[in-house]
Design a protein around this ligand. Structure first.
Ligand code: GLY
Length: 366
């Protein structure tokens, strides 16, 4: 199955997302047309290198594609400019030229860092996203936001750089540990909550099939989430408007991740963030009564956390949000739902501020 991300403006950077089983084995044949290159740098982390990376490079050689593996230590704590610099230096040492391409093989961290290397290497080379986690397949591999975290906040250094192709091989989900699968489902719940009430009902109804990894259910989940993400991104690539709805749950999530120093998976932090931000939307009179409860219950059913970790109390989170706001020279803004499947627009803006007192009360569970 192919879903196209149709980006016409400011220039045509459209690309296909291929969804299927066994696509990784076909990668050498699939990358050539959308991302032709004399040499490919396969960038991955220490975990995925062992699982799939070495085999992929061997397959490329069999297909007479020149590919080399570049790995860095796994984990969000390594989504840093040091990792970006080290990878870039290693490509330079290996004399990769402007005729090279990058293959980002891994989860969200790999996709963001490898994409940023591709965006900046010799002023930009093409790249392909090969997501290996559910979260990366349905969310982070699509959209072209690349970058790294810095002490002042998450994703503060980066670039828009759309991939030439996304290969979502559903067969890879079989080796995914349950917490990683649940973390991906958190982004699926987000897609449903922001754009499609029927999809939300699907996630409620098909809970058992999804959690036991039934192929049909997972395929439907990936397809619908990818359609939603691709549609939102294509209509507003640079996030000047509606693309901001994809940030539902993320204002709180980013503060949680920074406060606990990434001791929680991004998807789990997004689940916590959605639970609190949906409640905030109700307290502010934006969301229909019962919206927050329904979202919270679904997240809980999928084994996702919906309470703040003890190490991230309301005061600490507010302080982190203020730091992030200062770093961005802006205000703390939230993308909030009106109902399951529909987001709130404040005039032409899809995000809004909230009185600090109300945010504090909601985070404190009052
Ligand atoms: N790389 C994730 C996004 O663009 O949304």
């Amino acid at each position: 199955m192919t879903i196209r991300v149709a980006i016409a403006e400011p220039r045509n950077t459209s690309y296909d997302i291929l969804i299927g089983r066994g696509l990784l084995a076909d990668l050498p044949a699939l990358v050539n047309a959308p991302c032709p290159a004399a040499r490919y740098a396969v960038i991955t982390d220490s975990h995925v290198a062992t699982l799939y990376g070495k085999k992929l490079v061997a397959r490329c050689h069999d297909a007479t594609l020149h590919a080399e593996l570049f790995e860095f230590p796994a984990g969000e704590a390594n989504k840093t400019r040091e990792t970006w610099a080290s990878l870039s230096d290693r490509l330079l040492q290996r004399q990769f030229g402007r005729d090279c391409g990058v293959i980002a093989l891994g989860g969200g961290v790999v996709g963001d860092v490898a994409g940023f290397v591709a965006a900046t290497y010799l002023r930009g080379v093409p790249y392909v996203q090969v997501p290996t986690t559910l979260l990366a397949m349905i969310d982070s591999s699509i959209g072209g936001k690349t970058g790294v975290d810095v002490p002042a906040g998450k994703n503060l250094l980066g670039a828009f750089h759309q991939p030439r192709l996304v290969l979502a091989d559903l067969g890879l989900l079989g080796t995914l540990p349950a917490p990683q699968l649940a973390a991906g489902v958190a982004e699926a719940v987000k897609h449903a909550a922001i754009a499609d009430a029927d999809y939300f009902a699907f996630l409620e109804r098909e809970h058992d099939a999804v959690t036991t990894g039934q192929p049909d259910a997972l395929e439907q989940l990936v397809r619908r989430s990818v359609e939603i993400k691709a549609g939102v991104v294509a209509a507003d690539e640079r996030e000047t408007g509606r693309r901001a709805i994809l940030n539902f749950g993320h204002t709180v999530a980013h503060a949680v991740e920074a406060t606990v120093k990434f001791a929680v998976l991004h998807g789990a932090a997004v689940a916590i963030g959605m639970a609190y931000e949906a409640r905030l939307a109700e307290v502010l009179g934006i969301a229909a009564a019962g919206t927050a409860d329904r979202i919270r219950k679904l997240l809980e059913r999928y084994g996702l956390p919906v309470e703040l970790p003890k190490s991230a109390p309301a005061d600490a989170l507010l302080a982190t949000m203020q730091l992030d706001k200062k770093a961005r020279a802006g205000t703390v803004r939230f993308a909030l739902p009106e109902a399951v499947g529909r987001m709130h627009a404040d005039g032409s803006s899809w995000t809004m501020t909230a009185p600090e007192r109300v945010v504090r009360e909601v985070l404190a569970g009052r």
